[in-house]
Ligand binder design. Sequence first.
Ligand SMILES: Nc1ncnc2c1ncn2[C@@H]1O[C@H](COP(=O)(O)OP(=O)(O)OP(=O)(O)O)[C@@H](O)[C@H]1O
Ligand SMILES: [Mg+2]
Length: 257
Amino acid sequence: MTEPLLRVRDLSKFYGSRMGCADVSFELWPGEVLAIVGESGSGKTTLLNCLSTRLEPTSGLAEYRMRDEVWRNLYDLSEAERRFLMRTDWGFVHQNPADGLRMTVSAGANVGERMMAVGDRHYGRIRSTAIEWLGRVEIAEDRVDDEPRAFSGGMRQRLQIARNLVTHPRLVFMDEPTGGLDVSVQARLLDLIRGLVADLGLSAIIVTHDLAVARLLSHRMMVMKDGHVIEQGLTDRVLDDPREPYTQLLVSSILQV
Ligand SMILES: Nc1ncnc2c1ncn2[C@@H]1O[C@H](COP(=O)(O)OP(=O)(O)OP(=O)(O)O)[C@@H](O)[C@H]1O
Ligand SMILES: [Mg+2]
């Protein structure tokens, strides 16, 4: 693995005259988990949405190494290529599971649908793989025909993760994946995410307010303030020995957001 998966250069997004994020540059390597942290309004979601091509940046470049090893600028992809990438090679875990699930079809169908999107048509295999994935995210097999609206928040989030990972994406984007959950539910979910990411060798970009989440899940982190990345580095280094005064405040919990 001698090449990164993603290279981002001078990425900026303005909403009219308001800055969302500006001049962001970094590389993401295979198997690497990157956390984006910072206070509310610092530009985390804007950046994530630009990277996942949900938003078009105002300027800058994000090059992705496709499965066929060809580097492509994400913003030059056709709509069909972009959708294909989102359905196959990428996952996106929303803070609110309802945004990433179909709430009125069964849990099994939520996972199976994603397999069908990559061309699987074999009913028996889809069902058995869906059940296997429910097991991996600790949802009992007898819930396979239940709709997610009958699930707790933590279960919905685990189902959303199963739906995203069943196609073995190479890159997963997560926006506050444990955001709205109880602390005890959060802890289990974080453990689960950490295990799956490591087992599958996934690359991930995770937006979080919570430095404990960054500490637990990420190898590297970027600290954002007012749209800019003001510090980046290995997670342990940034948290144990922050260089920027703003990061020092964040870490010392004076600014706990
Ligand atoms: N659709 C939009 N139109 C105009 N300005 C926006 C829009 N979305 C975000 N912004 C602005 O861009 C800046 C960055 O917002 P963003 O939502 O990316 O921050 P964030 O770090 O994700 O915050 P939070 O932690 O509250 O989710 C803020 O000043 C915000 O007001
Ligand atoms: Mg946000």
